[in-house]
Design a protein around this ligand. Structure first.
Ligand SMILES: *Cc1c(COP(=O)(O)O)cnc(C)c1O
Length: 340
């Protein structure tokens, strides 16, 4: 069933396990647009209570949960503050402008990590010329930052600043469980810091589809309506939600294996002459810079040997570890890396 090559392109490439498929097959479903799918409701409630938030909303993608959150937290002509590497800005097709008619203020964090010192000067004062700064978006882990994590100690002062200044704070937590496993922070401590949290089930957790948006009851009520307007109201979605519940029960602790695998790859890469530098590995993403020649050339050579990955710029390459890459496949990959 799984592809024959070693697939390090993304943690989205995993296939459901036999146990996950069983859970999907036996899910109790109903029409979720009528609020009658108990498996969807149970997934939404499970994540909301894990993160100490009031309510959840199951959506087809993380792009949708982020874009709905941004629409909930802004008015047209407002401004969203985020890092220049942010997924909400770079990889959501200008959705902030399209859906929310808001502008974006880009900051330059270290590996995508923002601080109150970076944010505060960029919050607009009340002036007839300026857009109203209404929302800060953080990403944890930072995808473009090579899977770098925020700790709650770093998030608390950002929350404090947003609170004083009257801005909402949203978390793009596509890989929040990787961050929780790496930092040891508790999911339950997150609720008090964020107005919205977006969580992907289809990345490291290994579900085939789905993301959940968390917020207050009122916010999620509004979000549910926006989801319908986006065309994201789903019917017997419990079959998919069951995969998410299974992933939360079985695939969180094992993320530490992916992190160890990523570190082992980085150690191997550091021994080669074609690698210039490697971003310190914190989770399941390895980003490295090639010494000379183009990154694409190295990607092509790796692919020739059966290791598939992607460039992230003309000189950088990303490898992502996941559920479908077992220890012997990591050993194989290390051999390929060492003898390229
Ligand atoms: C993958 C990802 C998302 C959501 O992507 P979808 O493919 O729309 O589910 C959001 N933010 C980050 C940081 C991501 O890596």
């Amino acid at each position: 069933m799984n592809s024959k090559f070693l697939d390090f392109r993304s943690d989205t490439v995993t296939r459901p396990t036999a146990g996950m498929l069983d859970a999907m097959m036996s899910a109790k479903v109903g029409d979720d647009v009528f609020g009658e799918d108990e498996t969807v409701t149970s997934l939404e409630n499970k994540l909301a209570s894990m993160f100490n938030m009031e309510a959840g909303l199951f959506c087809p993608s993380g792009t949708m949960t982020n874009q709905i959150a941004i629409k909930c937290f802004t008015q047209p002509m407002d401004e969203v503050i985020c890092d220049q590497t942010a997924h909400v800005y770079r990889y959501e097709i200008g959705g902030i402008a399209y859906h929310s008619a808001a502008s974006v203020r880009l900051l330059y964090g270290e590996r995508g990590i923002l601080t109150p010192e970076l944010i505060e000067p960029e919050i607009n004062e009340d002036n007839i010329h300026y857009p109203n700064s209404s929302l800060v978006v953080l990403e944890n882990t930072v995808n473009k930052g090579g899977g770098k994590c925020y700790t709650l100690d770093q998030i608390a002062p950002i929350h404090h600043l947003c609170n004083i200044k009257g801005l909402k704070l949203h978390l793009d937590g596509a890989r929040i469980f990787n961050a929780l496993v790496a930092t040891g922070d508790k999911a339950s401590a997150y609720g008090k810091y964020f107005d919205g949290i977006s969580i992907c089930l289809s990345k490291g957790l290994g579900a085939p589809v789905g993301s959940v948006l968390l917020g207050t009851n009122n916010m999620i009520k509004k979000a549910r309506k926006i989801r319908k307007a986006f065309g994201g109201g789903m019917r017997q979605a419990g079959f998919l939600a069951a995969a998410g519940i299974y992933a939360l029960d079985h695939h969180v602790e094992r993320l530490k294996d992916d992190h160890e695998h990523a570190k082992a790859l980085a150690i191997a890469l550091a021994k080669t002459s074609y690698v210039q530098s490697i971003m310190p590995v914190e989770t399941n993403i390895v980003v490295f810079e090639v010494a000379n020649g183009s990154a694409q050339k190295i990607v092509d050579q790796l692919k020739e040997k059966g290791l598939h990955c992607n460039t992230t710029s003309a000189s950088t390459i990303r490898l992502v570890t996941h559920l479908d890459l077992n220890p012997s496949m990591i050993d194989e990959a290390i051999e390929i890396i060492l003898h390229l």
